[in-house]
Design a protein around this ligand. Sequence first.
Ligand SMILES: NC(=O)c1ccc[n+]([C@@H]2O[C@H](COP(=O)([O-])OP(=O)(O)OC[C@H]3O[C@@H](n4cnc5c(N)ncnc54)[C@H](O)[C@@H]3O)[C@@H](O)[C@H]2O)c1
Ligand SMILES: O=C/C=C/C=C(\O)C(=O)O
Length: 486
Amino acid sequence: MHQIENFINGSFLPASSGVRFDKRSPVDNSVIASIAEATRADVDAAVKAARAALHGEWGSLSQDQRVELLYGVADEITRRFDDFVAAEMEDTGQPEHVMKHVFIPRGAANFKVFADVIKNVPTESFMLDTPDGRGALNYALRVPKGVIGVISPWNAPFLLMTWKVGPALACGNTVVLKPSEETPFTAALLGEVMNKVGIPKGVYNVVNGFGPASAGEFVTQHQGVDAITFTGETSTGTAIMKAAAEGTRDVSFEMGGKNAGIVFADADFDDAVNGIFRSAFLNTGQVCLGTERVYVERPVFDQFVAALKEKAEAVQFGRPEINGNNYGPLISREHQHKVLSYYQKAVAEGATVVTGGGVPEMPADLAEGNWVQPTIWTGLPETASVVREEIFGPCCHISPFDSEDEVVAKANDNEYGLSTTLWTTNLTRAHRMAGRIDVGITWINSWFLRDLRTAFGGSKQSGIGREGGVHSLEFYTELRNVCIKL
Ligand SMILES: NC(=O)c1ccc[n+]([C@@H]2O[C@H](COP(=O)([O-])OP(=O)(O)OC[C@H]3O[C@@H](n4cnc5c(N)ncnc54)[C@H](O)[C@@H]3O)[C@@H](O)[C@H]2O)c1
Ligand SMILES: O=C/C=C/C=C(\O)C(=O)O
């Protein structure tokens, strides 16, 4: 049984109230950790420590010194790779190969890449003509924004929080992180890394707890927090934006999706099946970029549905640490209920259940886990709730289409606009469609291929702003213009 404390001003501390909550394993719902729930006073202490660090040792470091420290963080994550893999695997129940090849390496990369970006991206300068003919020089200084509140979700905990903590620190800010109550393990482990590497006290703080009337709200309401970066549900983003309005503080939001996958008859068939399989079912469908609406050109529709069904039925459920390829459970009992309620709704709305639709049979030791079957539906109209609403589970609806215009209209007919994946060998068409689908990220003949220098974020209800590369610098710094009369 793990004891997870808050990490404030370089120390692991229990809550000032002594209150703790349980963390359960997704694979069997046994209690595996006891977590300190931060009070408003604990959050206040974290924000004050973060402010003091800005004005103290951290704030006085040169950019080169900061960059070297962040390289050190990345190296230490890599040195403790197995600890991070084990912690996140236990926290999420997701397979070892996903931890080893995607989630944990990205945590280290998030520190390295933004250290490089801040070192290499120039600021602007302009010469201004003046009436006396001598002119004036303008140049911009990039200064940290201050104390950044980071609110992160449970679906890829380490990847998603380092995606914000990395650039925030590279830009010279300090952070108060509120990880998801469901997945607090790797945020705590990162505190050990920070101390080991010599990141000054107060630069990285972690406060654990829930959202409303708990640590999440305490962070977002705190007037000592200068800006808030958030990944999670759109409804939570709405609540956070209201909190940020007090004090007119800046926000960066990465939120939900109901992403379309589009397969043309001319696509490489096996690549398309494998790509859509990954995008719909990786991480048990708990990926914001995942595909829950699939549109397949009519000539290959039946063949595609059959091939995806075969792959969905081949997954092996089980503990992540036993067979590196096992298929994991959902994060929580609550989320399992939500996903299963959509499985029932699909049937009530008249779906043909191609495969799945329920809970797999599990051995006795895993019977209490949050397991659900990968599920495929066909036959629903575009108005059905499982075709419109984000479910965030291992499921998709597949429908046939006959023309490019029809499929573009269907893809765009949704309140979300995060990502899309497009499968075709006709690259002229692919480029044309990339300009027409209203999302932040379009993948062509691929999915979740990430170049951290690129803009990442969503349109419509899927987000506000972009992070990645220079776009992260824009959020995590202020540009201060200096004008010199020559
Ligand atoms: N666009 C992206 O990049 C992206 C990436 C991953 C996940 N997501 C989205 O995240 C969601 C799944 O994650 P989740 O269920 O953890 O999201 P969530 O919104 O329930 O929780 C996210 C975080 O917000 C906190 N929170 C909740 N209410 C709050 C409040 N009122 N004030 C302050 N903090 C509050 C939670 O405690 C948690 O730390 C899905 O909708 C998914 O699409 C988006
Ligand atoms: O589940 C969502 C995964 C989001 C991925 C990123 O934010 C990223 O790759 O930076």
